[in-house]
Design a protein around this ligand. Structure first.
Ligand code: GLU
Length: 457
């Protein structure tokens, strides 16, 4: 078997990237994140990992975290690296790709987190994201530890058949460590409902019976939850509105700019529009569209159903500049990580930043934005609607129970607002920003679970 638990040292300090045809090449880390104080170099190191650990260290100091727990939580409990071949549609063309699944903490229940397909996915990034998933679950009070997975491949040039083969083989490689009550994947960057359907089908074939609870974010026809697709974007806007009310502002009077028009960005746009806010600009990989009076988002949904990009939408003008730098009241980065750094933070002209994506803001940029008076709703709270709706989907699958759409929406908003209020209270008591307050809540809960269970053996 080409299963390697705890990894071979070959991968130490190497990161994998794929060229256009997705063949593996090794290269030195791309410096897209700000340089930080070097943390002890380990197998799981990466720019994003350094950021996550620096954040964690600062909060651990603040809450005087037990030193044994503190060191333990810096490393994931279980990591799997696999390499596997997949066949291109041209039959003779076989390529080898690298896949990962990292489970951070196994103390509170099964682990949970998405799977991303992107060319620069590496062990360090997946580990950092798995750690963030632990804090995220704990902040919204779900009975999960954090996990994340990924395949180092660009999904965009792949045909449907190629994507299907990659997904099925990756799932087969993950079999020893995933399971309905072990580790439950979900969509993330570059994966979607169809990807989850293939994972469910592959897993079910190995087990010998249908296993809808093995993934969340599935199509509704397979037991997916009707509100899962919309929940991350809608949850982010709900928390954004609650946060703005605290500072005497109203979401509906806002000009909103959204980077990314995927699952998160498009429903954040729709929710903003439905609340009466003006969504003045959105973009995707193909370009950007701008309208100072607000884009008609339902019309933009119709446009995107027939066209590859938001660019070219008749209800606005194509926009060539940097969308993050447009003056607005609410900015929602809802695409990839590491987009707001110390090199562009000064150019951001918004009052409120809602982090729809995971890790869009570096720590240096976070500091600059706060000094400039920007209120930041951090990813681990703002985008927690995704995993919350995933939890409802998983409960429905494991209990064979069905909630109505309105009940699911109500439950989602209830969890998001209750969690926000708790984080807000911590921020007031500790006189700290919302990211620190959210981390305090998440880290304390995970640490308490580990301490209470005690040490085996
Ligand atoms: N990938 C999403 C996230 O980063 C959702 C994870 C899930 O639903 O398990 O939060």
């Amino acid at each position: 078997s080409n299963l390697i638990i705890s990894l071979s040292f070959i991968f130490n300090n190497l990161e994998m990237q794929c060229d256009k045809k997705n063949k593996i090449t090794t290269f030195l880390t791309k410096p897209i994140y700000d340089e930080l104080v070097i943390v002890e170099n380990n197998l799981f190191d990466s720019h994003m990992y350094k950021e996550v650990i620096k954040q964690y260290d600062e909060v651990s100091d603040l809450i005087n975290l037990d030193s044994n727990i503190r060191e333990r939580l810096k490393l994931p409990q279980r990591s799997l690296v696999v390499t596997f071949p997949f066949r291109r549609d041209e039959y003779d063309d076989v390529e080898t790709v690298v896949g990962y699944r990292v489970q951070h903490v196994l103390s509170m229940g099964p682990t949970k987190g998405g799977i991303r397909y992107a060319p620069d996915v590496n062990l360090g990034e997946v580990t950092a994201l798995a750690i963030l998933m632990s804090w995220k679950s704990a902040i919204v009070g779900l009975p999960y530890g954090g996990a994340k997975g990924g395949v180092a491949i660009d999904p965009n040039p792949l045909t449907r058949a190629e994507k299907q083969r990659v997904t099925r083989r990756y799932t087969a490689e993950l079999l020893p460590i995933i399971g309905v009550d072990k580790d439950i994947p979900a969509p993330d960057l570059g994966t979607d409902e169809q990807t989850m359907a293939w994972i469910m089908d592959t897993y079910s074939n190995f087990v010998g019976s249908p296993q809808p609870g093995i993934v969340t974010g599935k199509p509704v026809s397979l037991g997916g939850s009707i509100t899962r697709r919309e929940s991350t974007g809608r949850g982010a806007v709900a928390v954004g509105q609650a946060a703005m009310e605290k500072i005497g502002k109203n979401y509906k009077d806002s000009r909103v700019v959204i980077q990314g028009f995927g699952n998160v960005g498009r429903y954040a746009a729709l929710d903003s529009y439905e609340r009466g806010a003006k969504v003045i600009a959105v973009n995707d990989l193909g370009g950007a569209v701008f309208n100072k009076d607000g884009l008609n988002i339902p019309e933009l949904f119709k446009h995107i159903a027939k066209n590859p990009s938001v660019k070219g939408f008749e209800g606005g003008e194509d926009y060539e500049g940097e969308i993050l730098e447009i003056e607005c009241d609410v900015l929602i980065p809802a695409a990839v990580g590491g987009v707001i750094t110390s090199s562009n933070a000064e150019k951001i002209k918004t009052n409120v930043l809602i982090e729809g994506a995971n890790s869009p803001t570096t720590l240096n940029a976070d500091k600059i934005l706060r000094e400039n008076g920007v209120m930041i709703i951090p990813d681990i709270l703002a985008n927690a609607g995704g995993i919350t709706a995933s939890y409802f989907e998983w409960v429905q699958n494991t209990q064979n129970y069905l909630w109505k759409e309105s009940e699911l929406h109500e439950k989602l908003i209830d969890v998001m607002i209750t969690s926000f209020e708790e984080v807000w209270t911590i921020s007031q008591k500790q006189n700290c920003d919302l990211r620190t307050a959210a981390l305090i809540k998440g880290i304390k809960r995970v640490a308490a679970a580990k301490l209470t269970r005690g040490l085996f053996p």
